[in-house]
Design a protein around this ligand. Structure first.
Ligand SMILES: N[C@@H](CCC(=O)N[C@@H](CS)C(=O)NCC(=O)O)C(=O)O
Length: 116
């Protein structure tokens, strides 16, 4: 057992939100409702890279706001989330954190006809 586990207990991994929970928070993606999307991220973050890969695989283009290279982007992220955690997908002004939740949302967005 590591010293960190002994001091703080086992590491809690965040559980991805259920699709129904995401839909309640962010609305069901629909082709009739085009979304304004922006991804706050930076390239050396492995979780951001997972989201980049998903975007590429799904063929979705989203403007990236690099919080490492752009102080304004970092300030915007703090204003939206109260912190600096990336990746953060902003959907019509609503921040969505957690790469697994972001990917699940993007898959659902694609499945519901995002490509218009
Ligand atoms: N569980 C999160 C982890 C995200 C994460 O740890 N991101 C790091 C960069 S790799 C970060 O933003 N750290 C700074 C912070 O949390 O303020 C996810 O899957 O998105």
């Amino acid at each position: 057992m590591s010293i960190l586990s002994r001091l703080f207990g086992p590491r809690q991994r965040p559980t991805p939100a259920e699709p129904a929970e995401l839909s309640r928070r962010l609305g069901v993606p629909s082709p009739d409702q085009p979304r304004s999307l922006a991804l706050y991220a930076y390239d050396t973050c492995p979780y951001c890279r997972r989201v980049y890969q998903a975007l590429q695989g799904l063929g979705i283009e989203v403007p990236v706001r690099n919080t490492r290279h752009d102080t304004l982007a970092a300030q915007e992220l703090r204003a939206l989330t109260g912190g600096s955690q990336v990746p953060c997908l902003v959907i019509d002004g609503q921040p969505l954190l957690e790469s697994a939740d972001i990917i699940a949302w993007l898959e659902s967005y694609k499945a519901n006809g995002s490509s218009r």
